[in-house]
Design a binder for this molecule. Sequence first.
Ligand SMILES: [Zn+2]
Length: 521
Amino acid sequence: MWKPGVRAREHPFTFRRIPTVFRLFIDKEGALRRLIIIRMIIPLLIIPLLSPAAAPDFDTFFIPKTLRVDIYHAGNAVEEWITLDQIYEIQGWAGTRRHLLDPFNNGQYRLSVVDAASNTTIYTRGYSTLFGEYQTTGPALEGVRRTFHETLLIPCPKRPVYVRIHGRDRQNLLKHLVTFTIDPKSIDIIQEPSAGDRVVKVRYQGDPAEHVDVVFVAEGYTEKEFGKFKKDLNRFADALFSMEPYREYEKRFNLWGVFRASAQSGVDEPRKQVFRNTAVNASFNAFHLERYLLTEDNRTVKDLALQAPCDAVCVMVNSPRYGGGGIYNHYAVFTSDHSLSEPVFLHEFGHSFAGLADEYFSSEVTYNDFYPAGVEPLEPNITALLDPSHVKWFEYLTPGLEIPTDWGKDGIARIRSERDSLGKAMESDLREHARVDDEERSAIRMRYEARLDSMREAERETEEAIRIRLAGKVGVFEGAGYSATGLYRPEIDCLMKGNSRREFCRVCREAIRRMIDYYSR
Ligand SMILES: [Zn+2]
């Protein structure tokens, strides 16, 4: 999902930036999009967010195989079409057999499988897409239509089914987009053997049906770098299990690597005119954002990943550069060799695996179109606090903390703004003294720098004191989801906010735990 402009120092994980001019544009066009969508897809079926129906029985409706339904998702900011590409049958079903109706409310889209004979909903799952991100970019808002490839994974039904896709409107209500009828006996379903790439068992704890199976796909590793790929796999496995709640639930995970040699080492960096011939075609500067690293080659990613039992996909990119991306129930992408690669992996996996939101924000952004005002975000770890007497994470609140929780935000913002003003004053003073000699200019600079340094120190000390005072306390802290106002996070710090605390907040840990349970219990 992509997001509005945030200052670099405040968003250690921001790979998604958009110029201010686009923000204004989105506001205007967002309204237009709402109208057109409403007119285009009437009559619409609004389905309840969480179906109260009894859980269907796996063995009644399914066999333990996977149907991979590949689709094309095309359009721009105001139109979208979904068409069928190919359907494949794959041996084994790694997903849950117990929680066939998705208990979460995550993702911009929802897939449902309906038994055609009885009209019973037998499987549902929420997910997000690259197309959904594209819809918020400048070109999409200008009407440019693009096509993305997507994959739906469902357990293989015994009888004909309807596969339905719903997308969310700006109020987060689900609207019907398309229905495919699939007969599992059809000769159109491809049953080819897998491509025969190398599958590495990184950690194995047992039956994929009862474990979370995470598959790491190699990107930008040459044949000679297969050894490095295996070493990197172990390093990231260790990173995952050094972090709660993954550490506690290590026994619930299988980790796999799938290796297809890339012709060249590294990854595309279009802004540097660097292009590499690699296995799954990942690229920096996705949607023209500096550090956003993604691949649009979904077909190849899934060709590789689905050679192992697969609940969650990670694309591990052989590069020392900082960057990554994560889309819920689609994939996490991260680089292998930056000094912050491990926290970036954990952060992006938080998006893709558990549907967590970014908790960072910019003090300059007070509204963004990504989270419309007055609408409660879907993600479990941020809230619009529309009703302060019913906090989303009420069961974890630290007793006695006020709601919303005062965390000295205004004080920090004041120090920063004073520092920014002083920086500007220095630049203007130096411009006025452009003709004086270097010695005098450097004396001017030094005078300002000394004051700026002490302001930076004051800011750091203030932040540190706040951190110590509020560490581990769960409240409702304003500033989250790219916005300094109107959106709130559960703790002062979290790995979904930045690097200053290398662990997840309580609410994020619980959300991850629920997702682990979903796959493994
Ligand atoms: Zn968090």
